[in-house]
Structure formats: structure tokens, C-alpha cells
Design a protein around this ligand. Structure first.
Ligand code: UD1
Length: 390
């Protein structure tokens, strides 16, 4: 009962996930909703943009996300095909179930497609991880972020730079809620489970080439980790060739380099004849895409991270792992050294990467936790929805 003596209203929420980086963001939100039985009716929709066991199922299992109530089975395709198919399928789901709110996370194609559909159906929209801007419209994610934020009624942000970006775009103050970072909720929840894993063992379990020689001992601080999947790094043959050469001949020669290979990167390596070069390089340890806990284990123990992933930039910041961000810009400036973080932008220029790698080896670890990155962001988001139920 509320003060007026009437029972609280039940709010119906429909949340959406589509691709790997969404899963660790939705997990804490679903868990926080479930702490308020009777207050919410919740439907989880998986668009199916990522569908492999290693890209999707393992995350549901590791993070104890309930099975989706609706699966749209969109699969791979061009951006227009993915967004178009998602909109058509999601429209039917929204019409059938008429939720009070659609809740989207992050910046993948599913985020943008379901935002447009929800608004056109007259359903209120909330965006978790709002306000991030790289100001680089050649990134599909930047377009997804801008469209989603422009349409959102409630914008949950991670830091004050995101708030400022939204204000500069004219978003009304009342719609912006700074809640912290749901990615870090998941990181803190899984930290102990991850820490118990053995890096060498997980590399063996997920080796890409059966029969490849066992990895060397991988003590904490004695290995580096690499992830690569952005079109800007893997789609241009000259860029990818130069990167592989640098990783194979120089970086891995200095420190064992663990590389969980994203499916789109693997395809490109094979198409360009670079697969063999990578596979045969000494101390370059190729694995399948890893599960959440496994990847977190490597992030916590790595001497250096080399990555074009936004999520890993944030996790490295909190873990204190020096992070060479293989991009020319970032929508997450709060993770950069100039803001106290652990990340430096090195683009895909071998000279800069080489120099930054050497510098990182000489540096002590330095962890940085921006305000509200405390493991309780999802609680704050759910509190905002609880307020609406009276
Ligand atoms: C997507 C997101 C990106 C995110 C990344 C994390 C967009 C625009 N991009 O990029 O922001 O950082 O996910 O992984 O939404 N594939 C598989 N199995 C799968 C999924 C994909 O083999 O389960 C292959 C397909 O061949 C596909 C390729 O990977 O063509 C790329 O997948 P796609 O969903 O188009 O984008 P990502 O590069 O994964």
C-alpha cells in the first residue's frame, strides 16, 4: 500500500537484448527487477543478432539470465537487413503484449531497431547506457546511440560526460538519470568466480586448433590479451595484415598474447590468408570467443589489454589493467588516462601501438572507479521504475 492507501500499480516492462555486449548489461537489471515480486511484469526479448553458443548461450548460463520469453531469431546480415527484420518481428511482439515501457541497453543494431519500433507503437522507451558519444558517424554504434537517445523518454547514464552530451543535444534534465554502470554491476558480481579460473586451462579448453601445442605457463602479469572485431580494424585487408604482423612478430614475442577470436575477425583472417600466420606465431594463443567469467579472468590477470571493445575499456579501468584501445576515438572518455582511467587511444597504427605497449609494460597498474560504478547501478534503475508504480 502507498500513502493514499491504494495498492501499487504493476508496471509492465519489455527489455531487449540482441548481441554479446548486451547480455552483461541486462543481467543485473533483470536480477534487480526480480527483487520486487508483484511490482513488475517483465518480458525479455532476444532478437538473435548473436546466436552462437559462444556468443550468446554461454552468457545466459554464466550470468544466470532467465531464458528469453521471446526469441526473434534475426541472425546475421547487413545492417539494413538486421535492423529491418528486427523491426518487423518486434512490432508484432509489442502489438501483442502492449508493455508500458520498452527498455533497451547499449548501442547494437537491436537497440536502435527496437527503439524505433517501440516509439512508433506509442510505447515509452528507456535507454540504459545513454549519452555515450564518439562523435564518429562512421561507427554504426554511434548512429544507434544517437537514434536511441533521441527517442528515449528516460535516459540512464553512466557518468557526467554522458549527461553533458545529452544536455548539449537538448535533452530535458528531468529525463536524464545518472545511475552508474551496469557493466560494472556484473563485473563485481562475477569477480570472485572469475578469479578462481586458471588462464592456461581456459586457453586449452577453448583452443581454436585442436592439437596445437599447450600454452606456456600464464601467471598473472605474465601475459597480454587481444580482442579485435570493429569493421575499422578487420574489414580493410591492409590494416588487418599490418596488425596481425605486429601482434605475431613483436607483441607475442615479448609476452604470451591470448587472442579470443571474434567470428567476423576469423572470417576475415581466413579470407585474407592470414589465419595460418596467426596460428603459427609463437606465443600467440588463439582461442574461441570466451565466456564472461573467462574473459574477466584474463582482464584481471593481464599485464596489458589490447582491444577495440568499449566494454573491455571500462572493465580494464576498474581492474587497473593498462588498456591500449585500438581506436582513434572513444565514446567512453571517462576510461582514458586523462580522466584517471587505464586506457590510451592508439588507433591501428603499428608505430603507436608498439610505443604504447612498451610504455604500458613499464607502468604500474592503476585502478580507477568513476563515481557510481559501484555495482549498484541496476538497483538505481529499478528504483526509478518503482517510483512510477506509486
Ligand atoms: C556487434 C555490434 C557491436 C558489438 C559486437 C560485439 C552492431 C552494429 N554491432 O558487432 O557493437 O561490439 O556485436 O560482438 O550491432 N557471427 C557469428 N555468430 C554469431 C554472431 C555473428 O558467426 O553468433 C558472425 C556473422 O558472420 C556476422 C559477423 O559475425 O556476419 C558479425 O556479426 P554482427 O552481428 O553483424 O556484428 P558484430 O561485428 O558482432
Amino acid at each position: 500500500m502507498n500513502l493514499a492507501g491504494t495498492p501499487p500499480q504493476r508496471l509492465s516492462l519489455m527489455s531487449v537484448v540482441g548481441a554479446r555486449p548486451n547480455f552483461m548489461k541486462i543481467a543485473p537489471f533483470v536480477r534487480a527487477l526480480n527483487r520486487h515480486p508483484g511490482r513488475f511484469e517483465h518480458v525479455l526479448v532476444h532478437t538473435g543478432q548473436h546466436y552462437d553458443a559462444a556468443m550468446s548461450d554461454s552468457f545466459f548460463r554464466d550470468l544466470a539470465i532467465p531464458s528469453p520469453d521471446v526469441h526473434l531469431e534475426i541472425g546475421s546480415g547487413t545492417h539494413a537487413a538486421q535492423v529491418g527484420r528486427t523491426m518487423i518481428a518486434f512490432e508484432t511482439v509489442v502489438r501483442d503484449r502492449r508493455p508500458d515501457w520498452v527498455v533497451v541497453v547499449g548501442d547494437v543494431n537491436a537497440t536502435c531497431a527496437c527503439s524505433i519500433t517501440a516509439k512508433k507503437e506509442g510505447v515509452k522507451l528507456a535507454h540504459i547506457e545513454s549519452g555515450l558519444r564518439s562523435f564518429d558517424l562512421s561507427m554504426p554504434e554511434e548512429i544507434n546511440r544517437m537514434v536511441t537517445d533521441r527517442l528515449s523518454d528516460l535516459l540512464f547514464t553512466t557518468d557526467e560526460i554522458a549527461d553533458a552530451n545529452l544536455r548539449a543535444e537538448g535533452v530535458a534534465e528531468a529525463r536524464i538519470r545518472r545511475v552508474g554502470n551496469v557493466m560494472i554491476d556484473t563485473m563485481e558480481r562475477q569477480r570472485a568466480t572469475a578469479a578462481a579460473l586458471d588462464p592456461r586451462r581456459l586457453c586449452e579448453t577453448h583452443a581454436l586448433e585442436p592439437g596445437s601445442p599447450p600454452p606456456p605457463p600464464l601467471a598473472d602479469g605474465a601475459f597480454a590479451v587481444l580482442t579485435l572485431h570493429r569493421p575499422s580494424n578487420v574489414d580493410d585487408p591492409a590494416v588487418l595484415r599490418a596488425l596481425v604482423e605486429l601482434f605475431a612478430s613483436e607483441i607475442a614475442a615479448r609476452l604470451p598474447l591470448i587472442w579470443p577470436v571474434h567470428p567476423r575477425t576469423r572470417k576475415q583472417l581466413e579470407a585474407l590468408g592470414l589465419w595460418q600466420r596467426a596460428r603459427d606465431a609463437r606465443n600467440l594463443i588463439l582461442t574461441e570467443p570466451l565466456g564472461y567469467d573467462e574473459m574477466l579472468r584474463l582482464t584481471l590477470g593481464a599485464r596489458v589489454m589490447l582491444t577495440d571493445s568499449g566494454g573491455l575499456q571500462e572493465e580494464c579501468c576498474v581492474a587497473g589493467t593498462p588498456c591500449l584501445t585500438l581506436r582513434w576515438n572513444t565514446e567512453r572518455p571517462v576510461t582514458l588516462k586523462e580522466h584517471g582511467g587505464a586506457s590510451v587511444l592508439v588507433g591501428n597504427d603499428p608505430v603507436r601501438i608498439r610505443e604504447a605497449f612498451r610504455a604500458a609494460l613499464a607502468e604500474p597498474r592503476s585502478a580507477h572507479r568513476p563515481p557510481l560504478w559501484d555495482g549498484r547501478a541496476a538497483e538505481r534503475i529499478v528504483a526509478a521504475f518503482l517510483e512510477m508504480t506509486g
